[in-house]
Ligand binder design. Structure first.
Ligand code: NDP
Ligand code: 8X3
Length: 247
């Protein structure tokens, strides 16, 4: 088992993936801003987890973080670009430009900064892989989703572009695009309004972060000649961003 770097390992899909992959024996470079959350991972797997605390929006901090990797965690083979969130759910005419900045800076530019900083390391590995966590919001636009959907459509474009540009290197590039997964995502989107956030997942069975962690583990464990290039995973009750069968 090699070394896997997971951004957004402090919560939701990234955290579940970190636990899942650590249990399978991988070493984890666990990234996020909330150090105390990353320390929970370290406590569970002291020899296997190295925390990196930085904000993906801060390019210098991203570069410094990866430059600081100790030798036993420096040969990163797999990058999971997972850090990201929605901020707000408003029509554009009422939208908050600070929310727009956050989504484009974190979901798009942050993903690029991390990828660019790790590529020199990934290019040195025998069987390197990048998995981008997109979204159904990167495949279709829904009302009031505007800028979040734009940021995830950008992830979709970057996933395709990276795969083309890195083709000659042999690095596998793919995306997992989840539908509705119950995490802290809606708490962040609705700025701590827990009631509104939990309402997003009521009346049907949403995906769990572990469901996506298992799909990520499947993608990573394919033989070197198999690349999961672009995969959409939805709850059975979900047919599109707006069609959800509720009881
Ligand atoms: P969570 O809110 O539970 O997790 C988001 C993670 O991103 C946290 O670990 C957070 O860490 C990290 N993060 C956010 N902002 C920054 C930042 N500025 N710098 C560094 N890290 C940051 O949400 P999910 O697990 O649901 O989201 C993970 C990914 O999955 C996102 O890209 C999201 O768009 C995508 N997704 C989610 C779906 C869902 O329904 N939940 C569906 C489809 C895609 P910290 O706050 O500690 O920095
Ligand atoms: C998260 C799923 O439908 O809230 O990307 O945009 S959705």
């Amino acid at each position: 088992m090699g070394i896997i770097c997971i951004t957004g390992a402090s919560s939701g899909i990234g955290r579940a993936t970190a636990f899942h992959m650590a249990r399978l024996g991988w070493k984890i470079v666990a990234c996020g801003r909330r150090e105390e959350r990353l320390e929970e991972l370290v406590a569970a797997f002291p020899k296997q987890v190295h925390p990196l605390v930085f904000d993906v929006r801060d390019r210098a901090a991203v570069e410094a973080a990866f430059a600081s990797l100790p030798p036993e965690f420096s040969a990163v083979e797999v990058l999971i670009n997972n850090a990201g969130n929605a901020h707000g759910l408003d029509p554009i005419q009422e939208g908050n430009p600070d929310d727009w900045d956050a989504m484009m800076d974190i979901n798009v530019k942050g993903l690029l900064y991390v990828t660019r900083a790790l590529l020199p390391i990934l290019q040195q590995q025998e069987n390197a892989q990048i998995l981008n966590i997109g979204s159904t919001a990167g495949k279709e636009v829904y009302p009031k989703g505007n800028v979040y959907c734009a940021s995830k459509h950008a992830v979709d474009a970057i996933n395709q572009g990276l795969r083309m540009d890195l083709n000659e290197t042999g690095i596998r590039v793919g995306a997992i695009n989840p539908g509705l997964v119950e995490t802290e995502f809606s708490e962040v989107r609705f700025k701590g309004d827990s009631q509104r956030a939990s309402g997003v997942y009521q009346g049907y069975q949403p995906l769990t972060p572990e469901d996506i962690a298992e799909v990520i583990a499947f993608a990573i464990s394919r033989p070197a000649h198999v690349n999961i290039a672009d995969l959409v995973v939805m709850p059975t009750a979900q047919a599109s961003s707006t069609i959800i069968r509720k009881t």
